[in-house]
Ligand binder design. Structure first.
Ligand code: SP5
Ligand code: ZN
Length: 340
């Protein structure tokens, strides 16, 4: 299996994030995650690890607002030129509500306009890393469009919380959405998100579209991040009505309950009969994930892979979350093995 991976992710290494209550903790979405996955992939006899080609900015501008991408591109330089006291990380302390917010020109004003929370920390190499990550997804999409059964985009930073014009939850550019949108010019696409958290950014991006079916299975946002999207009542709008599905799950969901939700999602995908499948493959559904409350085991992750693989669709697998670094390599290999 072709695996697209770029070392450029190392340029994005925030030192901390802010948890609930203001607790400053080491950044969970760290480069070590990739090292663990690479080590496990290199121990297999099927992973062909490749450097991605650069697709340029056009496929990104078709998913994200240009103003937002410009903000990602210039914010670090502007931050260094500002009079902030601690310049280790660009993080605002004021956030814009999406009612009718004005867009200020000041850097911290724009940061609060374009960020949803205190975990999408911007540092010197964030933009470059986010572009390389999106290119991994685009290369995997191209491999699948060219006939591969499946390809894996080992993306870091992840993408599914990033919307058209905002960064959130460790995500800056929505890699899976960029791949799905690129593929949608060649045929219909189903995008299934199995990360523990609702793929709110992906939901926003495709909400009014009927050519990309989006389904997200995740912890109920009534108690879990991202809180403001991911409810079962959200089903798309306009032409996209009926082409989005949220499947919120309770705390403690085990293999059996997870797999029964997955079967419901697979029925919808079969009915839609897409030309391509894109997976937002977060591993934070794992029972011992530090951010998760869902209790899927490594064997469960393998079974999820096999059930999805049985759809027999050309599949782009995009790395999202997963923060138990000790288990991450084994969980990813277990999942990908199903697509061999
Ligand atoms: C891609 C992805 O998985 N992003 C997840 C971002 C979640 N950030 C919210 C963190 C909320 C902190 N709550 C701490 C609970 C620890 N038990
Ligand atoms: Zn997640």
């Amino acid at each position: 299996m072709k695996v697209y991976y770029s070392e450029t992710h190392r340029k994005h290494e925030p030192l901390f994030e802010i948890f609930d209550g203001g607790l400053r903790v080491p950044y969970l979405e760290n480069p070590d995650r990739m090292d663990r996955i690479l080590k496990a992939l290199r121990a297999t006899d099927w992973a062909d690890i490749l450097e991605p080609n650069d697709f340029g900015l056009d496929p990104i501008y078709t998913v994200h607002d240009k103003d937002y991408v410009d903000f990602l591109a210039s914010s670090w330089t502007e931050w260094l030129a500002s009079d902030a006291m601690d310049k280790s990380t660009l993080l605002p302390a004021t956030f814009a509500l999406r009612r009718t917010p004005q867009k200020p020109t000041s850097l911290l004003g724009r940061a609060g306009y374009y960020m949803m929370d205190l975990s999408a920390c911007i540092v010197e190499g964030t933009y470059q890393a986010a572009l390389a990550s999106a290119n991994c997804a685009l290369n995997a999409a191209e491999a699948v469009a060219n006939g591969a059964r499946a390809a894996f985009a080992l993306c870091r930073p992840p993408g599914h919380h990033a919307g058209k014009d905002y960064a959130a939850g460790y995500c800056f550019i929505n890699n899976a959405a960029v791949a799905a949108n690129w593929l949608s010019t060649k045929g219909s696409v189903a995008l299934l998100d199995i990360d523990y958290h609702c793929g709110n950014g992906t939901q926003d991006i495709f909400y009014e579209r009927a050519d990309v079916l989006t389904i997200s299975i995740h912890a109920d946002p009534n108690f879990e991040y991202p809180y403001y999207a991911g409810y079962a009542t959200e089903t798309g709008s306009g032409a996209g009505l009926g082409f989005h599905k949220n499947m919120p799950l309770e705390k403690g969901t085990d293999n059996e309950r997870y797999l029964s939700a997955l079967e419901e999602a697979l029925v919808l995908i079969r009915k839609f009969a897409p030309a391509y499948l894109v997976l937002s493959a977060g591993m934070d559904i794992y029972a011992d994930d530090p951010l998760g409350t869902i209790k899927v085991t490594t064997a469960g992750i393998g079974e999820i892979g096999r059930r999805i693989s049985a759809l027999d669709l050309p599949t782009v697998i995009v790395m999202e979350g997963g923060y138990n670094n000790d288990a991450l390599g084994r969980n990813v290999v277990e999942f990908l093995s199903a697509f061999q």
